[in-house]
Structures are given as structure tokens and as C-alpha cells.
Design a protein around this ligand. Sequence first.
Ligand code: G6P
Length: 616
Amino acid sequence: MCGVVGYTGKNQAVKFLLDGLQTLEYRGYDSAGVEVVSPSGNLHGVKCAGRVHTLAERCQAANLVGTCGIGHTRWATHGAPTDRNAHPHTDCSGRIAIVHNGIIENYLELKRYLMERGHEFKSDTDSEVIAHLIEEAWNGAARGNLVEAVRVATERLEGSWALACICADVPGQLVVTRKGSPLVVASTTDGAYAASDVMPLASVTSHVIQLNDYDIALLTPDGAVKVYDHDDEEVHHPDTIDIDWDASAATLGGYADFMAKEISEQPEAIERLLKDRLGQHGIELDELKMGNKDLAQIDRIFVIACGTSYHVGLIAKIIIQTWAKIPVFCEYASEFNYEDEVLVTPHTLCVIITQSGETADTLTAARRMKGMGCKVFAITNVLGSSAARESDGTMDIQAGPEVCVASTKAYTAQMVAAVLLALRLAQANGSMDQQEVERHYRDLQQIPDLIREVLKRSWQDQQAAKLFRNAHSALFLGRGVNSTTAYEGALKLKEISYLHAEAYPAGEMKHGPIALLEPGFPVVAIVPADHVHDKTLSNIEECIARGAQVIAVATDGDESVAKLCQHVLWVPPVPDELLVPIVAVVHLQILARYVARARGCDVDKPRNLAKSVTVE
Ligand code: G6P
């Protein structure tokens, strides 16, 4: 959701700005723009609805020249995705420009105030008020001091922001600040850089500076970055992180799209995560920052997440309850935040699951739980993210950059992280002895090879995808842990193919969705060899009796399924039925991708979706 970039230095700014915006495309956006301070000392910008490549063509035609500039990809919240509403936004004089990620909640009140003072607005966005507030401050006491003007302006804002500002009167100065939305900066010999996340910076440095909420940073062309905190004190040693993602990790590397690449990277991602987890005393999860005594006392767990990560939470709930015998509540963050009663105990643990580490609802929930005295543990793919920084302990799932908006490798790696957490809890509270823990760990170690085997069978998904050619809708069914696999399969299909899909616990089908079934209706049924196999098989019979085309996801050698269903996505035997979702879902990821491609969809950048949902 909205990407911010900025550069000031020796080089032409537009190159980094456009490359940076392209790297941030994965966050989701509908328009883009850049603005630079030109050699003549004026601001010069280009912005448009549509993709970064269109913006790049227009920049070339406009011959945008300048060594200090800002850029933005916009995911519309206030105002339609039009050229006019695209960022950057300028003040009345056209000498101050800003880009903004976040939401200014009091913008209507501010806009009214500014209009009364004669300011003219050119867009319908909430963000534009910021440019005019900076102009007010600049024309007042802060004249000549852009940091001060930004400080004065942001003091009036309510909501969230990652903000970058340039001013033609102080060419070369780039001022950035944040509250609630992500922003990182970097200092190099070629200049200073700012971006919404580390990905655009991976090609220029391996060392980035993290800003805290309300920090304001002044970036200058010599590459210097000065950070001032909330009290206007200079921060001499700001937090830094080393980027261990090399820039090539975010390139296609011969794959047709990032989704294909990321699906295929799952075995290695899980192997990385599992490496060196079994020590002398069982599972090692030092990231929890809790010892055996504290872990053994945990008597309730809230798992809170959104989207695909929420599906991981549903699986975590079943596995933790089964193995560690601790009651688990799994909540959508966006719902949890508005529930009046949260029944915590003195030993409640909160686990947030968020691949981006920046999902606004999830962060709000984590803060709420912290406020109630709970320890918060984050499972995330971005170590320097807000989730990681604000939690008491963080598990970095190490899946590497995930560019495709629809999550695949982060999903399976998060599931493995949740399984490790369940084992660690079971070990600490004595629900499992060490031998059992080790046995489960060995089972888990087989998962990467089982996924490799599924990847080899992608032709099965390719065949099955043809059954969706004339479909308007699809139903996904599963039981137990695999009802979650059904939810995730349906979500993947919806996200990238725009085909309506609904998922149900198979036993619930009779209470509604069965009415949808008619000849040819596609039903994907997850029916592995587990303790509810025969029950699910009966549901498949019910679908077939009504003419539905059932695509089963079943375990190798299952003759009952082979006899019943023409289309089967075969999964090799998984040593523990609770681990089946990590393997079975890979078929559903591949299936969704084939369906989406057949429908001519851009699988990596589905319309309207954002990878990092930084507003509530
Ligand atoms: C967006 C993304 C999903 C993701 C969800 C939660 O909707 O498109 O892929 O599952 O946000 O994101 P998180 O970063 O918190 O896991």
C-alpha cells in the first residue's frame, strides 16, 4: 500500500526514484509520480494513474532532470485513482512537494482551516493538506528551516504518515518523517536515500537506518542523514539494520512471474527456518525471549492476524491446542480491535502473525494486548518491521523477499514457525517429552522434500485449471486442519484470478453452499488420508451426486478417491496429519496461478490488493 522513495546526492534522482518505485510495486498501487528540484531551482514533476512503466515513459518525455527528488506509488483511499490525485502534491506556491503513505484522519478539519486561510487545493486527497501545512509553517516562523516546517506541520496531524518533502528554496534537502507508517533511510557516498521499506535500498547499501515514530530526518546531497527525535534532540546513534537480502533475490531470475518463483522457493525457505532448531534440550526458539518457567505458565494464547496470515493462525490454534494443551483464540485483528471484552489472564501470550510486519490492524491489536500486560510474540518475514520492533520476541521466518502480492512462501514458512512454537510450548509445559518433540521435529524436516514432490506434479494443477474455464464461482471444502487449507485455496483463487470462491468446512456444506451446486460447478475438496477422510469422502459423494466437478486433493494411493474423482491433485504421504496443510496448499497455490494466467490476470499485482496494508 503506497510506496515512498526519496533521494538526494550526486546522481540524477529520477533513476533511483523510478527503480525504487518499481521495486515497491509489490505493495499494491494504482497511480505513481515523481518530483525533482530542477537545476533552474524549480520543482518539476510528473504523475499519472496507472503503472510505473507509464510514469517512466512520461518522465523521459518530460526530460526530468535533478539530483534531489521524491517519488510515490499511491493506493487510493481518499479520492479516485486519477492523475490529479496521484502524489507528489505541492503547496500553493508550487515550491514545496510532499509524498505521503498513511491516512490523515483530521484532514477535513485541516482542509477547512487551510481554505479559510486562502489555500487552494488541487486534489481530493487527505495528503494534500500536509503540503499546505508545511507552506504555512515555512511562511511563518520556520522559514528557511525545512525540518522545522515539517515538524510544525506534522504536529497538527492525526492519523498515520510516512512523509517525504522537498522544497525548491532549499535545493538538495530532503526531509522525511514517520508516524505509524514504515520508512527507512540510508546514507551512502553517492547520496542519501529514503524508502518505505528496505527493498529499494538493497541495490545501494546493506545498511539502513530505521526511524522511530515522530523522528524527522534531514538528508543532504553529501549523503549525510541527521535524525532528530520527537523532542528535537539529534539522535546520534539511530537504530540500524543490515539487509541480508541481496538485490537479486527480488528479481525474476528466469521465472515467468514472482508467484511462480516464490512457490518454487518454499522448500529452501522452510529448510532455512528449520536449520539448527533442535538442541540438547529439545526445540530452540531463543527468539521468544522467554525461558521454560515463563513458557510453562502460559495458560491462554491469542493469535491475531489478517488475510493469509490469519489462516496460519487457525492452524496454529489447532496444533498448539493439540500438542501444548493451551487454549488458543484466533482472531482477525480488524475484529479484535473493536471487541469490548478481551479475556486475558496474567499469563496470556499474544502471537501476531504478519509477513510484512506492517499491517496496521495487526499492530493495533498487538499494542492493545501489550497495554493489557501481555507478552507479544511476532512471526514475521521482515526483521526490521514495526511488528518486530514493537514485540517482546520475534521469529524471523527468513522466507526472503516476497514480491507477489498473494502470499505463498511466507504462508508455508509461517506455518512452520507456528509448528515450532507449538513444540516449544509443549516441551516447556511438559505436554510432550523430549522424544516426542524430536519425533515431531523429524517429521517437520521431511516437509521440504514433500513440497518438492508436489512441485514436480504441477502438471496435475495445470490440467485441473482447465475445469475453471467457464466457471463463475468455485467451492473449496476440507475438514479439521484442512478446512484452513480450503480457506487459503479459495483466497488464493479469488485474489489472483478474480473468480469468486468460497470455502467451507466440508461438514457445513449441507447448511447452505450445497444450494450452489449444479452440473459442472467446480468443487475443490481436500481429502488426505486422515481421521476425517471418510467423512469428507461422503461430502464429495454429495457434490458428485449433484453434478459438481470435484477436484480432490488426496494422498498417493488413495483408491477410494481415485475411483470417485476424475481429477485428483496427488500429495505424497505426510508423516503427521497436522502437517498436511503445509504440503497440500502448494497444489492450491499452483492451481490458482494456472487459473489466473488462463484468465489473463496479472498474478503478481492483482487489482485493488496491497501487499502491505498500512491503514486500518
Ligand atoms: C494483504 C496481503 C495478504 C496478506 C494480508 C496480511 O491483504 O495482500 O497477502 O495476507 O495483507 O498481511 P500481513 O503482512 O499482516 O501478513
